[in-house]
Design a protein around this ligand. Structure first.
Ligand code: PBG
Length: 342
């Protein structure tokens, strides 16, 4: 074959040049299919009892256990850059933990006090979401009531836990939560919570269901953040990372039970799950970029091994591209600032 023929074959193949649409920033922006907005982000926050000043979580640089003052200040900072929702976790002192996690529904429990303080400060300008799970409040660190099965093995009792979640959700609604977010992976928790909220007159309080929540090692730093008492693992109630199908079932059940939002968690290692669920969900689908995802990006960024800001934005863009409508992320404020400066 002559050189002439070879080159004409070649140019024929290049009639389609995908690179044309990448040729300059204006072109790239015009054809971008995914754009992040500050209002996509939900900022998880930790409100801790028994501390006098905010305490940085060593495995999550830039994330703090807050006092009331610093909590309100940080929430103002979030709202100022366009973040419209915070997700609050309570960190009680060890002396307040017990077998059932009763401080979870006590009006004076740390989480309910935090919800009330935020709602009073912000009204409806900032959406207040509360974590509806017992693990921060139980002395054994499990997400529900621990009993023994007939063989003497310790198990988390699904049905005995549901009434406690009901009380907790109602207490959070009473404190002023706009959204409650059951994260304990008990079967039937969404129906139980919806019924309790409605019965108490909180028909307008929404439920964000942690539908597909995996028993993930990526939650590691969170356990430090909340001073978890957990020994062992949550594999009898959180999902096996090997499985996709049960996520579809979990999402379907939660929607049928009345979830207003469903969620996939963690985010980046489970984008396939997120996409499958998002493809058919009739309700908004959130994804939670969890503590370990944050910690890895921070660690590599602070070491100079990756460009922290670039990896932060790329990871969030990927989560949205995969189908997330909302993203819970400890990067919420930094990412919102980056969007404003872009
Ligand atoms: C349970 C809960 C966990 C997280 C959010 N809610 C921990 C767990 O299930 O062990 C993890 C969040 C994160 O890792 O950022 N209430």
């Amino acid at each position: 074959m002559s050189a002439m023929n070879a080159s004409s074959d070649y140019s024929h193949a290049l009639v389609r040049r995908p690179r044309r649409l990448r040729s300059n920033p204006a072109m790239r922006e015009m054809v971008a299919e995914t754009a992040l907005r500050p209002a996509d982000f939900i900022l998880p926050m930790f409100y801790a009892d028994g501390i006098n000043e905010a305490r940085e979580i060593s495995s999550m640089p830039g994330v703090f256990q807050h006092t009331e003052d610093s909590l309100l200040r940080a929430a103002h900072e979030a709202l100022e850059v366009g973040v419209r929702c915070v997700d609050l976790f309570g960190v009680p002192v060890d002396a307040d933990k017990d077998a059932t996690g009763s401080q979870a529904w006590a009006e004076e429990g740390i989480l309910n006090r935090g919800v009330a303080a935020l709602r009073q400060e912000f009204g409806d300008d900032l959406l207040i979401m509360a974590d509806t799970c017992l693990d921060e409040f139980t002395d054994h660190g499990h997400c529900g009531v621990v009993t023994e099965d007939r063989h003497g093995n310790a198990i988390v009792d699904n049905d005995a836990t549901l009434p406690l979640y009901q009380q907790m959700a109602v207490a959070q609604a009473r404190a002023g939560a706009h959204i409650v977010s059951p994260s304990g992976m008990m079967d039937g928790q969404i129906a139980a919570i919806r019924a309790a909220l409605d019965e108490e007159g909180f028909e307008d309080v929404a439920i964000m269901a942690y539908s597909a929540k995996y028993a993930s090692a990526f939650f590691g730093p969170f356990r430090e953040a909340v001073g978890s008492s957990l020994q062992g693992d949550r594999r009898t109630y959180q999902q096996d990372p090997a499985n996709l199908r049960e996520s579809l079932l979990e999402a379907e059940l939660d929607i049928a039970e009345g979830a207003d939002f469903i969620m996939v968690k963690p985010a980046l290692p489970y984008l396939d799950v997120l996409t499958r669920i998002a493809d058919t969900s009739p309700v908004p689908v959130a994804a939670y970029q969890v503590s370990g995802e944050y910690a890895m990006i921070q660690a590599a960024g602070r070491n100079g091994w990756v460009d922290l800001d670039a990896v932060m934005m790329e990871s969030l863009t990927s989560i949205k591209r995969a189908g997330a409508n909302q993203i819970l992320t400890y990067f919420a404020v930094d990412a919102a600032k980056a969007l404003r400066n872009a």
